[in-house]
Design a protein around this ligand. Structure first.
Ligand code: BHK
Ligand code: ZN
Length: 442
């Protein structure tokens, strides 16, 4: 119930019975810096369809009363009032529609960074009230949050039990289950297999969208697409839909630009390590940082990140059947293969390059999207501790890192309207690699 001191006259009908819940929603879509970083402020235009349209914002500022003459007209959610605002704390306010222009202008004139949390409070309120388990259902053409992906994992694997099964390979640092989906026609004999993961890096949302798309496509084209049918008849494809679940969840709830895991060790105030620097492949020798606050922190030791250890253990356990390792990142439109930790060419360099070039051509055939293929060190930058190098050195020959769309126009913030074309073209490349693997089992 709305029982705060400001419930009633100044807040109006929108708040009635809703204030606490809306606070929860106000955590969506914010992108703040790390502790001690520059403050962020937020406000923007709301959908002014109704008088009750508001925006909800979050930010930091030290001097509210001086910089925001409208402070008597805005609703402080956190802290509870303008007087309680301090340096370096987050400030959430709700701005009634009629004050939007004024507040927005003030924020711009005083050069305060700001982010909109809820553009249309009324629809957030309406959405909350329709009593569904999740306000935003799973969709293949949207960036689903972890809760929706988790429900999707449960439902897709139970509704297609002839072609799909699931297996928890361990929990994340924060205790979320890491579930691998196994796609393939059930067979009495052991089948060779491909392992694919998405979402090693939390902010690369198109990556995570691709694994869901792949699973859907595999299930829906088995029996009609001859290549998919043959692939799933002869091989199994293990899909880890979200590798770095804690980080992914954090990008939905707190910081859209988070990359690393969310582990924490005493001795540093910073969180997480880069999972793609934490594999035991030339670990931390190049292109990685030993500073826990860095975005490319290699971790305290190889596989210090539980997510990395869980995946490495799974791959080691299945080493004898795994013929290909595919990891999906974004962005840059690259198809990389070993090595990244060294400029040395892989023993299988020419075959890996030939397959990568073929896959890139297949991808390009759909919408003309151009990919560059090559070994990681020479094509992007030398970087040790990557999953593809580690899998390759373990003996998984066909080891590839995709960097999906785009080349920087939107970067990590690729619009949802590009999910479908990106996934469709990427399917062609992945299927090209899979077909080669299938024909060249070793
Ligand atoms: C790929 C493979 C091995 C090492 C590094 C990379 C590049 C990748 C990274 O880990 O820095 C780029 C990236 O996340 C953006 O997706
Ligand atoms: Zn990445």
């Amino acid at each position: 119930m709305c029982n705060g001191p400001r419930c009633g006259a100044t807040i109006g009908r929108t708040c009635q019975g809703q204030k606490k819940d809306l606070m929860g929603q106000s955590k969506v879509d914010i992108g703040r810096g790390e502790k001690g970083g520059e403050g962020a402020w937020g406000v923007e235009r709301a959908e002014e369809e109704e008088e009750e349209a508001f925006v909800c914002v979050r930010g930091r500022e030290s001097d509210w009363d001086n910089t925001l003459p409208t402070s008597s007209s805005v609703d402080f959610w956190s802290p509870e009032s303008a007087e309680l605002v301090n340096i370096d704390i987050d400030v959430d306010i709700r701005v009634p529609a009629m004050y939007l222009d004024m507040v927005y202008t003030t924020l711009q004139q005083s050069d305060m960074e700001h982010e909109v949390l809820i553009e249309d409070l009324q629809s957030a309120v309406d959405g909350q009230m329709d009593n569904k388990p999740s306000p935003r259902a799973h969709s293949y053409t949207k960036y689903n949050n972890w809760d929706n992906i988790q429900s999707w994992i449960a439902s897709i694997s139970s509704s297609n039990s002839n072609l799909i099964s699931k297996q928890v390979i361990g929990n994340t640092y924060e205790g979320r289950p890491m579930t691998v989906l196994k796609l393939g026609k059930t067979s009495s004999s052991t089948k060779p297999a491909i392992f694919m993961d998405c979402g090693i890096h939390a902010r690369e949302w198109i990556s995570t969208a691709f694994c869901q798309w792949f699973v859907k496509e595999a299930l829906s084209t088995y029996g009609s697409d001859s290549q998919m049918t043959s692939l799933l008849d002869q091989m199994d494809v293990f899909v880890l839909p979200v590798f770095n679940i804690d980080g992914y969840d954090f990008t939905h709830k707190s910081n859209r630009m988070w990359r690393k895991t969310r582990s924490k060790r005493s001795g540093s105030s910073c969180y997480g390590a880069d999972p793609n620097r934490n594999f035991n492949a030339g670990w931390c020798t190049v292109g990685a940082s030993s500073n826990p606050c860095s975005d490319t922190f290699c971790g305290h030791q190889p596989e210090s990140e539980i997510e990395v250890k869980n995946v490495a253990d799974f791959i080691r356990r299945n080493k004898s059947i795994l013929k290909a390792y595919i990891t999906i990142h974004s962005y840059s439109q690259l198809l990389l293969f070993p090595y990244s930790y060294s400029f040395s060419l892989a023993a299988d360099h020419s075959e890996l390059l030939k397959v990568a070039d073929g896959a890139s051509a297949a991808l390009r055939s759909l919408y003309g999207t151009r990919y560059t293929s090559g070994p990681g060190a020479a094509t992007i930058y030398p970087a040790a501790g990557g999953s593809d190098d580690w899998a390759y050195d373990l003996g998984v020959k066909y080891s590839y890192t995709f960097e999906l769309r785009d080349t920087g126009r939107y970067g990590f913030l690729l619009p949802e309207s590009q999910i479908e074309p990106t996934c469709e073209e990427t399917m062609l490349a992945v299927k090209y690699i899979a077909a080669h693997v299938q024909k060249n089992l070793y």
